[in-house]
Design a protein. Structure first.
Length: 452
């Protein structure tokens, strides 16, 4: 008999499954670990490339991604870094697994790739074209920030090299909150960036918005959604503020630096307001954290498609996932170790695991709440039937016959529905990772010292 479940503490979405923990999944011998590279790819999945560029102009106090302040890194080191990226791309491209595999999407993220000098960005794109089969590539996306995106000449040069879209963080229109969170750009910069994008003819752009930040309320969230919709982005990513233990942000929340704190109540009320306000502005809720103008024809193989495709991730801290062979790993979260490893001709893999068939099946059902809909024949339905039935009688999932779908209530609790399908062993591993990070004073995201 199915169990009735009622979620009360809202969880953030899970994009990565199974988890990679730097303590529990250390890779000592990358060449042996990457044995899958010796066999040809089965070619039944699309392959994407992600490149992590770890430089930023802002050091936003909430952000757990691996990055360095771009002013602290001289041009020579940046150039060595790009040589290392190129070398990593070349090494993979020569392996049987990647021979002739068509790449459908390239995404440069970070950090803020756009802060890198134009000629260095062009060298990276050039290396991708030279080493991979790009005939079917529909999207090349490069992340920026509101200041880096004001350079019309850079945008034009990247567009000539095939860039089709960009994205950047708007986060909030509250100038005071931007400053407190360490975001260097101003609201005026957002408008200047949009002006430059228009001049350069880059008409596909997405933006990120944060909610449940300290000092935010529901009225301000509705205001932010309305203003973002006025700007006519082609997609909006909406993220609830994640606060990692041990970080400066977490410590500041214990002081009077902010007037009010994020809360579970705000989290729920704000996301409900976000869904409603996007709807009022004619935006569709297309994936659990993504909203898009009704009828917008985005390219099919856009970045949002990423989690169900094979993803080769290049650069420090970048995470690769290959369905074939269940390869799940990430690179060194340090510029020095990353460059050093490649200068020695060694794959810069720091941590990872080989995913069992059972965990791959779990991944399919755990990613379903992110996509919000799933055909039953795409998963091992019988294995998860009991838990799916629990979610159906509890009102989070509806059964459409040959597919399942999140209900409106389920959309509000997507992260919790995901967690409901985690295996016990994975829950235990995540708990151990958090415990280890707490005792070693690390940021849980990559088990490193970012913002600690
Ligand atoms: C890797 S960043 C790249 C965006 C770009 N560097 C910028 O800031 O304009 C992607 C997005 O992750 C989101 N993000 C960063 N830290 C976060 C956190 N602690 N919780 C939730 N979302 C976060 C932000 O919305 C950010 O824009
Ligand atoms: S949010 Fe963007 S600009 Fe800010 S630190 Fe993170 S990656 Fe850099």
């Amino acid at each position: 008999m199915a169990n009735q479940v009622a979620f009360t503490e809202k969880l953030t979405n899970f994009y990565r499954y199974p988890c990679i923990c730097g303590f529990q999944d250390k890779v000592e011998k990358p060449k042996e670990f990457l044995g899958y590279l010796n066999t040809p790819s089965p070619k039944d999945r699309d392959t994407m490339i992600y490149i992590h560029i770890p430089f930023c102009r802002s050091m936003c106090i909430y952000c757990p991604f691996y990055k360095e302040h771009h002013k602290n890194i001289d041009y020579e080191t940046k150039s060595r870094f790009v040589n290392a990226l190129v070398k990593e791309l070349e090494m993979y491209s020569k392996e049987p697994y990647f021979k002739d595999v068509p790449i459908v999407n390239v995404n440069m993220g970070g950090g803020t790739p756009m802060v890198l000098e134009t000629e260095l960005l062009i060298r990276i794109l050039d290396a991708i074209y030279k080493n991979f089969n790009m005939e079917k590539c529909e999207v090349i996306s490069i992340e920026g920030d509101p200041i880096a995106l004001q350079d019309v000449n850079k945008l034009k040069a990247l567009k000539e090299m095939g860039m089709t879209r960009t994205s950047f963080g708007i986060q909030t229109f509250n100038e005071r909150l931007r400053k407190k969170l360490g975001v260097e750009s101003s609201v005026l910069d957002i408008f200047k960036a949009l002006n430059a994008l228009e001049k350069a003819g880059v008409d596909e752009w997405g933006c990120d918005m944060l909610y449940n930040c300290p000092d935010q309320n529901v009225t301000e969230i509705r205001y932010n959604v309305d203003r973002i919709c006025d700007l006519k982005p082609t997609v909006v990513d909406v993220y609830d503020l994640n606060i990692s233990p041990n970080t400066k942000l977490q410590k500041l929340l214990d002081t009077d630096y902010f007037k009010s704190k994020p809360s579970n109540k705000n989290e729920i009320e704000m996301f409900a307001a976000i869904m409603e306000t996007f709807g009022e502005n004619g935006f569709d809720h297309i994936r659990s954290v993504n909203f898009e103008p009704k009828g917008y024809k985005h390219s099919k193989k856009g970045i949002l498609y990423a989690f169900s495709a094979d993803l080769l991730a290049i650069g420090p801290s970048a995470r690769t996932f290959m369905y074939s062979g269940g390869m799940n790993y990430r690179n060194h979260c340090s510029l020095e170790r990353y460059i050093g490893s490649l200068e020695d001709g060694i794959y810069p893999v720091e941590a990872g695991n080989i995913v069992s068939k059972e965990a791959l099946e779990e991944r399919d059902i755990i990613l379903f709440p992110y996509y919000m809909k799933l055909r039953k024949d795409e998963i091992n339905y019988n294995r998860f039937k009991e838990k799916i039935d629990d979610m159906i009688i509890s009102g989070y999932i509806k059964d459409n016959g040959d597919s399942i779908e999140l209900t409106d209530l389920g959309k509000l609790w997507a992260g919790n529905v995901q967690y409901y399908f985690h295996s016990d062993s994975e829950k235990e591993k995540m708990a151990n990772s958090i415990f280890k990070c707490l005792s070693e004073k690390k940021n849980f995201f990559n088990q490193d010292n970012i913002n600690c």
